[in-house]
Design a protein around this ligand. Structure first.
Ligand code: ADE
Length: 269
């Protein structure tokens, strides 16, 4: 196996993040009890820190949101030494005042996915606390990291839908009516799997579109979502780099250590 620095921090995001590092990354092939991650894990430096990166949808965008190897991704990161993860993602907005180009750092999540393996503890007896699904220390670092061109909203509720289709207008209006702010397809089970492996995790959401309930035209289209994400990719990457550089500490924070005092059926990797 090639030698590489041991990363305590990770970013899991779009393949556009490959050039996120200050140096040439090392690519580590890794296998897990849950199969291979979306791609070999890239490990490089950001502001003097070793950081791991996984392109969530694979190198060629070969995984749809419902087929992503979420368990393998999280297991691989933990095995490499990662304890804190930033998860940049594209989202639709459920509110007219958060238009494309807004960045939101959600503090709550609603799971509307189905059939995705969402635990490492099938054997029973382990039930993690998930009242606050995101790490506040990482959220604070992301909120403090500024970008001249992107407005940052410091909280919000993100509903995660199964996809790969976008929501109907009625679904979208219903989500907005619940007071939810953002809609996305990959934020779950990523967040809970990180929690189960006691890794701090924060989603950082870039709004690419107004979802169908707000949209006056013919609904949300993937080409527009990709184009809008690309348009803001550089400042978004700068914001994530600032968040990575601004995190204090490289170990799991106390609040994300959810297994303290619990006897686990296996040791965390
Ligand atoms: N990702 C980006 N925009 C989205 C939307 N409108 N719905 C679900 N996921 C999204």
């Amino acid at each position: 196996m090639s030698s590489h620095p041991r990363p305590a921090l990770a970013v899991i995001g779009g393949s556009g993040f490959y050039d996120f590092f200050d140096n040439d990354a090392t690519h580590v092939e890794i296998d897990t009890p849950y199969g291979k991650p979306s791609a070999p894990v890239a490990i490089g430096e950001v502001e003097g820190r070793a950081v791991a990166f996984i392109p969530r949808h694979g190198k060629q965008h070969e995984f749809a949101p419902h087929t992503l190897p979420y368990q393998a991704n999280m297991w691989a990161l933990r095995t490499l030494g990662v304890r804190r993860i930033f998860a940049p993602c594209a989202v639709g907005s459920l509110r007219a005042d958060w238009g494309p180009g807004t960045v939101a750092v959600p503090d709550q999540l609603v799971d509307r996915t189905s059939g995705r393996p969402q635990t490492f503890f099938d054997g029973g007896g382990v039930h993690v606390s998930f009242a606050d699904p995101y790490c506040d220390e990482l959220r604070t670092a992301a909120i403090k990291s500024e970008s001249p061109s992107l407005a940052v909203q410091p909280s919000g509720t993100m509903v995660v839908v199964q996809g790969p289709r976008f929501s109907t207008r009625a679904e979208s209006r219903w989500f907005a009516g619940q007071g939810w702010d953002l809609v996305n397809m990959t934020g779950h089970p990523e967040a809970v799997l990180a929690r189960e492996l006691e890794m701090c995790y924060a989603a950082v959401a870039l709004v690419t579109d107004l979802d169908a309930g707000l949209e006056e035209g013919d609904g949300v289209h993937a080409v527009d979502v990709f184009a809008e994400f690309k348009r803001n990719l550089e400042p978004f990457k700068e914001l994530i780099r600032g968040a990575v550089a601004g995190v204090d500490g490289t170990d799991t924070c106390d609040r994300c250590r959810v297994h303290a005092g619990v006897s686990l059926p296996f040791e965390l990797p």
